[in-house]
Write a protein that binds this ligand. Structure first.
Ligand code: CDT
Length: 310
């Protein structure tokens, strides 16, 4: 008998700076209900789900900055989401800005958590690949200051037993790096969850803008296929505070095929019934890691950050 999991990508349209947590959580709960009505057991929300994508602005006032972060999860405003999910018996992935105080020092991470269908906390991931800059770039039209607002994640790419499978998490820019998927696949993941905020108007900062959507698909489909994993990838999309965020939330099979994709750049749920046994398909054949990988030739990858020659 095949193992299946009905998974949903719960895409969000734009979140304005003035939107409150309470308003955002109400939208998330509406998406949960829609996903539940379509049979979903697991819902993936975007990166930094609870606020507008604030790393587009340079701020210096600590109080203004802290207001974008969660110091507890669930907190007072997010608790209704946890309660609704438990009632609906839906698990979820939620991205948010995390502020922890350790030895009197504030530490900030771009974080996601995984909660199971009983409302139990399964795992946490802190974004490892932080794009953009650690200081404003006067020459650039658009700022992307994730290196200013977050430190690189310190939890690694773990894989969690949940939902009858092994699940890994990544956040946005991580999806472009083959190492992200490979580490989790080596740990036996069958499904990788990703939330993202990807602007397509960052000329000079990021990408060839007309190819942003192509690169989104390319990265996710390649990661899924080369590691024989399901990937559930969810966008925050649309025109948000002067920035244009792509949508394309998608569910990609281990074959690399897109089995469901959002058609809007607004709040939208896409659902697919995922055959978990499909994750073994290519690992028994073309990507049988134990038989075909030659790690002694890959040392450079972990021993060097950048190219050996310029
Ligand atoms: N959030 C995030 O990681 N976004 C990046 C765009 C970076 S623009 C400098 C992405 O890789 O989609």
């Amino acid at each position: 008998m095949s193992r299946t999991l009905v998974a949903a990508a719960a895409q969000m349209g734009p979140i304005a700076l003035s939107d409150t947590r309470r308003e955002v959580v109400a939208r998330l709960i509406a998406l949960l209900h829609e996903a539940a009505s379509r049979g979903a057991e697991l819902v993936v929300f975007p990166e930094l789900t609870l606020t507008t994508f604030f790393p587009r602005w340079y701020m210096t006032d600590p109080d203004e900055i802290d207001a974008f972060y969660e110091t507890e999860m669930p907190g007072r405003e997010t608790l209704p989401l946890f309660e609704a999910a438990k009632k609906l018996r839906i698990g979820f992935y939620l991205g948010y800005a995390e502020l922890v105080v350790e030895n009197g020092v504030k530490r900030r991470f771009n974080t996601s958590i995984l909660v199971d269908r009983d409302g139990e906390f399964v795992g946490k991931y802190r974004k490892i690949h932080l794009p953009g800059w650690d200081a404003p770039q006067p020459d650039l039209k658009s700022q992307h200051l994730e290196k200013y607002y977050f430190e690189p994640g310190d939890l690694g790419f773990n894989v969690f037993e949940a939902f009858g499978t092994r699940v890994g998490m990544a956040i946005c820019n991580d999806r472009r790096w083959p190492e992200t998927y490979r580490v989790m696949a080596l740990r036996g993941s069958e499904m990788i969850l990703v939330g993202y905020n990807t602007p397509d108007d960052h000329t000079g900062n990021f990408d060839f803008d007309s190819l942003t959507q192509f690169h989104n698909q390319l990265s996710i489909q390649a990661g899924a296929y080369q590691n024989s994993n399901w990937v559930i990838a969810t966008a925050k999309a649309g025109h948000e505070e002067g920035s244009n965020l792509i949508g394309q939330s998608m569910i990609v099979a281990p074959s690399g095929q897109i089995v469901a994709m959002a058609t809007s750049t607004d709040d939208e749920v896409v659902v697919a019934k995922c055959d978990l046994d499909m994750a073994a398909l290519y690992r028994k054949t073309i990507f049988d890691f134990a038989r075909h990988r030659e790690p002694e030739h890959y040392r450079l990858i972990v021993e060097n950050r950048g190219p050996l020659t310029s």
